[in-house]
Design a protein around this ligand. Structure first.
Ligand SMILES: *Cc1c(COP(=O)(O)O)cnc(C)c1O
Length: 370
């Protein structure tokens, strides 16, 4: 049995939790503040504001930027739905451009065509652990005088031409959901920014719209991070680079074993990118059957994501249909995420690759049983 993912909780993590449980700060408090400082230093931003999820991080970043009714925000349809929902929470419209077929990230060449006076922000998603092509995105945004908010939820520690994910736009949003490259013990997220005014606004909005207790300048939310999450994230952040290095090394082995196969498309890394392989997604034909055949052999894979956001029922009002974003749709039908986590052994990687090979080869000669 090879599971798709695995939790990594050390005794040091448990000690950190116990320390918080015995302290006076179960929500926010000194451990969360210390984590904010560590995270900001790690990515190379001036500030980090810890929140209770990346969904909150994206929402509050949009709200702090003044995005609201009448505005349109653009993102990639090839993502988790939270990348799109944030603008809708603010009463703005969300819209999409198709992705680049090699990197699976928003295609900057398509952005130029969508600019109207209503366009208020761009949210590139650094999918699977590889950053979107930020230079042209930032250039188009700055020509049009609008902000870029990075969805860096899958890209902790990834770099683009040397810059870390989260630091290139005005704000970068991270998730510390347990399965992410940096995972908490439950729900957690953060916004990083080097803009002091934006930081101040985000801090107020995450805490009921108050800068001073019981004095509310804004209608805010409760999006504070628990103390135990801050404490455990400080400890785990120290292990992030090493964990990312292991993911990269695993990816190299998968690449070697699967790279030559006609039936399997391995991931492409753009030369300007340092990939952190949150997800190692290959592309195969008859993906659902391949997934099932591997599951039958005890190998759990996953699909990220089976339905692109523009085809989700919740986004039906945009009027898109099959064929609207052909690249995203084609990829969504072919993506297969193989097991990828630091603890994976070489033997397990070989086993996954061998079984995948035999399954896709069998598919060439036999009729698939639906
Ligand atoms: C995980 C994820 C989110 C949401 O993060 P939460 O912390 O679960 O709210 C948003 N966008 C992307 C790309 C993600 O992978």
């Amino acid at each position: 049995m090879i599971p798709y993912g695995r939790q990594d909780i050390s005794s040091e993590d448990v000690d950190a939790v116990v320390r918080v449980l015995r302290s006076d700060f179960l929500t926010q408090g000194p451990e969360v503040e210390a984590f904010e400082a560590e995270l900001a230093a790690y990515v190379g931003a001036l500030h980090a504001v810890a929140v209770n999820s990346a969904t909150s991080a994206l929402h509050i970043a949009c709200a702090a930027l003044g995005i609201g009714p009448g505005d349109t925000v653009w993102t990639s349809p090839n993502s988790f739905v939270a990348s799109a929902n944030c603008a809708r929470y603010c009463g703005a419209a969300m819209d999409f451009v198709d992705i680049d077929e090699q990197t699976y990230n928003l295609d900057p060449a398509l952005l130029d065509k969508v600019f109207t006076p209503l366009t208020k922000a761009i949210i590139p998603v650094h999918l699977f652990g590889q950053m979107a092509d930020m230079s042209p995105i930032l250039e188009i945004a700055s020509e049009n005088g609008i902000p870029v908010v990075e969805d860096a939820c899958q890209a902790h520690g990834a770099r683009y031409k040397g810059s870390k994910a989260g630091t290139m736009g005005i704000a970068g949003c991270f998730s510390f959901y347990p399965g992410k490259n940096l995972g908490a013990l439950g729900e957690a997220g953060a916004v990083v920014t080097s803009d002091p005014q934006l930081e101040a606004k985000i801090k107020v909005l995450r805490d009921h719209g108050q800068a001073r207790k019981y004095f509310h300048s804004h209608i805010g939310w409760n999006a504070r991070m628990d103390g135990i999450q801050g404490a455990v994230l400080i400890v785990k952040l120290k292990r992030l680079d090493e964990a990312n290095e292991r993911r990269r090394s695993h990816a190299r082995v998968y690449d070697q074993l699967l790279g030559g196969l006609e039936e399997v498309m391995t991931p492409f890394t753009a030369p300007y990118n340092d990939h952190v392989y949150h997800i190692y997604a290959v592309r195969v034909q008859d993906r659902d059957q391949v997934l099932q055949a591997l599951a039958d052999k005890g190998i759990s894979c996953a699909i990220h994501y089976p339905v692109p956001v523009h085809l989700q029922e919740a986004y039906r009002s945009l009027g898109y249909s099959i064929g609207s974003f052909p690249v995203a749709e084609k990829c969504a039908a072919e993506f297969l995420s193989l097991p990828m986590y630091p603890e994976l052994s070489n033997q397990q990687i070989h086993c996954v690759a061998e079984e995948l090979k035999s399954v896709v080869r069998a598919g060439q000669t036999h009729e698939w049983v639906a």
